[in-house]
Each structure stands twice: as structure tokens, then as C-alpha cells.
Design a protein around this ligand. Structure first.
Ligand code: COS
Length: 379
């Protein structure tokens, strides 16, 4: 088990208190209405919640990656929908972290520290897993770019102030023609399309973005023209462990609720039945192993070593664990599981295996790395 230092313990405790006060009491209600609620932002503003992901030189708290994962786990424990809203803002910041210049970082991070939301606009109707085949375009016109296209399944799409949008500056070059742009919500031609109705994480907002002749200054280009695909991949390397952390939180919550239920059902009998005991033990093993996998990826990230593979492993393993553990909790609790909030954890878990790169895509990333390494070793 990762040994936490006193600062990390205190930060985790503060995150637990934030979640207990602001997230857990509202989670069922927001899940039922299926709408993003500004209440979360008011609470986030008070706690300067995104400052943890902003480097100190830009006015943030610059937490190390393990510490950020501890906080994200608590958000997932409270409500994966609200956790997704918060994590998606950090995802958009990651693109600026990867490729932004000093001025862009100052401009992007300042409102985020005050809990404005951001969104990451990569996916398109015809470009999901095959992220390089997007059709959105950005054409240079003097000191501006003119962006056209449609983005879909964008978390925080309708509730953000600012977006990172990926579009082709040279469509004939395929994924080498992609570029990344900061796009502010109030630009003429920018609008919101269909809002998605979801199985889980229902308190988060997910929608289409429509860009029609949206003009942004050339100074909104992140990195250089043609670097967009790499920026997107590096962003996702940074961001996928956040999904792993939400997943660990979800799995831990389902396990805790299941154990509480067992204690009520079999009062004074911790041995509830050996089959049940073994199942609880397996759930605990899975949650602990998932947390360790996540922390390993975070330690790799902070050590400055390449960590694409560990990022993909953590996202895949932790989300698969969340799905398995939440589903097992429903099974163990029977009809009570199916009709209580436990069912929400299972619904919320499914998306963890899908967004920020499906687990099939993660397996592709992992296997490519393993095979490349084996090939190099054999050379
Ligand atoms: N970091 C830096 N560069 C990377 C990278 C990474 N993690 N992964 C790939 N690249 C680079 C490659 O080095 C290659 O560069 P060169 O052309 O200079 O050699 C380029 O990007 C293309 O890489 P690759 O050939 O691997 O691209 P593919 O199209 O075969 O596959 C996958 C890329 C499938 C991995 C990518 O499209 C992907 O991650 N898809 C999922 C998208 C996703 O997660 N969407 C969710 C959005 S948020 S909900």
C-alpha cells in the first residue's frame, strides 16, 4: 500500500470532508433529475478545487500526481457524475499544460482556479476511437483561424466557459494535419447541439458542440500547426489515470455500502457465510490492487519517465474493477441492490470503461508497447 505523507493524509481528509458536505448529500437527487446542477460549482469555487492541478507558478497548488489521485478517488466515492464534471475540467487544462505557452497558461488557468469549467473537444460523430480521422477544420485567415465542425459526447459541453478544440489545419495530412485551439464559449458561431441522455454519471453534462465559422485569434493555437494529434495523445496520457481514480472511488464505495448492508442483515455475525466472505475478500483485493496500479502510474508520471503504458493500464484495470465490484455488490445485495443507490454505482461504472479511450483502445496501446519493447529487445 502506498504510504502517504502527512500532507497527503491531510489533503485526502479535506477532500473527504468536501465530498461528505457537498457531493454525497446531493448525488441521488442530481442523478434522478439527470441534469448538471450549478450547486457543485458554487461549492467548488469556495474550495478552489481545481487549483490542485495548476502549477504553483500559475497560482495553483501544484499537487503531485499521487495526491491528485487521492482527491479524485474521493470525488468518485461521492458521486462519479459530479466527479466527472470536475475531472473533465482538469482534462481540458491538461492540453494547455502539455502545449500552452506562458501567456496561454496564465489566461486558461486563472478562471479555472475560480472554478470555471472547461471542456476537451476531440471526439466527432465519425471520429471516436479513431481519433485521427476528424473532419473539423481550422483555416488560417490573417491573424485568425476560422473553425468549422461538430464535436460530440463532450463532457461539460454546455456548461463551460472555455474549450480546447481539435481541428484539421491541413486535412490532407491526416493526423499530422491536426491542431489544437483554445476556443472561448462566447465566440460568435459557437453553439450547443443535442444534450445527451445517459445511463450513468447523469449529473454531468454531455453534449454536442457546433462550430460554424468560429473565429479565434492565432494566439489561441496550442503548440504548432500539425501538433494537435500528439497534444491530444499526451493529454489523454495525463488524464486517463483520473478515470482510474474515479473508478477506484466508485468500487470502494460499492464495497463499503455492501459491507454495511451485510452488517445489518447478519447482525453480530461477521462470518455471514463463507461464500459471502470470500466474495467480500475478492472485492477488497480488487480495490486494493486497482489503487496500487493507479498510484504506480502516478509515481511514474512524477518521476518524469514515459508512462503512456502505465496510464492505459491504470485506466483499464481500475475501470474493469469498478464494473466488476459494483456489479458484484448488486448481486450480493439482491433485490435491495437492484432497487437502491447501489444500482447507480453500477450504472456509473460502465462509462469508465468507455470514455477517454475505450478499454479496447487501451489494450491496443498496451499491446503495442509490449510488442515494440520485445522487438527492440530481440534486435
Ligand atoms: N504521446 C505522444 N505521441 C503519441 C502518443 C502518445 N501517447 N501516441 C501516439 N503518438 C504519436 C505517434 O508517435 C505517432 O507520431 P508519428 O506520426 O510522428 O510517428 C502519431 O502520434 C500517430 O500515432 P499512432 O500511429 O499510434 O496512431 P493510431 O491512429 O494508430 O492510433 C490511437 C492512435 C488508437 C491510440 C488513438 O487514436 C487513440 O488514443 N484513440 C482513442 C481516442 C480517445 O481516447 N478518445 C477519447 C476522447 S476523450 S472522451
Amino acid at each position: 500500500m502506498t504510504i502517504l505523507n502527512p500532507d497527503q493524509q491531510a489533503i485526502r481528509q479535506a477532500a473527504k470532508e468536501f465530498v461528505a458536505k457537498h457531493i454525497i448529500p446531493r448525488a441521488a437527487e442530481f442523478d434522478k433529475t439527470g441534469e448538471f446542477h450549478p450547486y457543485l460549482l458554487e461549492a467548488a469555487k469556495e474550495s478552489k478545487i481545481f487549483a490542485m492541478a495548476v502549477p504553483k507558478e500559475y497560482g495553483g497548488l501544484g499537487y503531485d500526481s499521487v495526491t491528485q489521485a487521492l482527491v479524485l478517488e474521493e470525488w468518485g466515492y461521492g458521486c462519479a457524475g459530479m466527479g466527472t464534471t470536475l475531472a473533465a475540467s482538469i482534462l481540458s487544462m491538461d492540453s494547455v499544460l502539455v502545449a500552452g505557452n506562458d501567456e496561454q497558461k496564465r489566461r486558461y488557468f486563472a478562471p479555472m482556479i475560480n472554478a470555471e469549467l472547461g471542456a476537451f473537444g476531440l471526439t466527432e460523430p465519425g471520429a471516436g476511437s479513431d481519433a485521427g480521422s476528424g473532419k473539423s477544420t481550422a483555416v488560417r485567415d490573417g491573424d485568425e483561424y476560422v473553425i468549422n465542425g461538430t464535436k460530440c459526447w463532450i463532457t461539460n459541453g454546455a456548461v463551460s466557459k472555455v474549450y480546447v478544440i481539435y481541428a484539421m489545419t491541413e486535412p490532407t495530412k491526416g493526423l499530422r494535419g491536426y491542431s489544437a485551439f483554445i476556443v472561448e464559449r462566447d465566440r460568435p458561431g459557437f453553439s450547443i447541439g443535442t444534450i445527451d441522455h445517459k445511463l450513468g454519471i447523469r449529473s454531468s453534462n454531455t453534449c454536442e458542440l457546433l462550430l460554424k465559422d468560429v473565429r479565434v485569434p492565432a494566439s489561441n493555437l496550442l503548440g504548432k500547426e500539425g501538433e494537435g494529434f500528439k497534444i491530444a495523445m499526451m493529454t489523454l496520457d495525463l488524464a486517463r489515470p483520473a478515470i482510474a481514480a474515479l473508478s477506484v472511488g466508485l468500487a470502494q464505495r460499492a464495497l463499503d455500502e455492501c459491507v454495511k448492508h451485510m452488517q445489518k442483515r447478519f447482525p453480530g455475525k461477521p462470518q455471514a457465510g463463507q461464500t459471502l466472505q470470500f466474495k467480500i475478500a475478492d472485492m477488497q483485493i480488487q480495490v486494493e490492487a486497482a489503487r496500487e496500479t493507479l498510484h504506480h502510474a502516478m509515481l511514474m508520471r512524477d518521476s518524469g519517465q514515459p508512462f503512456s503504458t502505465e496510464s492505459a493500464i491504470s485506466k483499464t484495470f481500475c475501470s474493469d474493477v469498478a464494473m466488476a465490484v459494483t456489479s458484484q455488490a448488486v448481486t450480493l445485495m439482491g433485490s435491495h441492490g437492484y432497487t437502491s443507490e447501489i444500482g447507480k454505482y453500477m450504472r456509473d461504472s460502465k462509462i469508465m470503461q468507455i470514455y477517454e479511450g475505450t478499454n479496447q483502445i487501451q489494450r491496443l496501446v498496451i499491446s503495442r508497447a509490449v510488442l515494440t519493447q520485445a522487438m527492440k529487445a530481440g534486435e
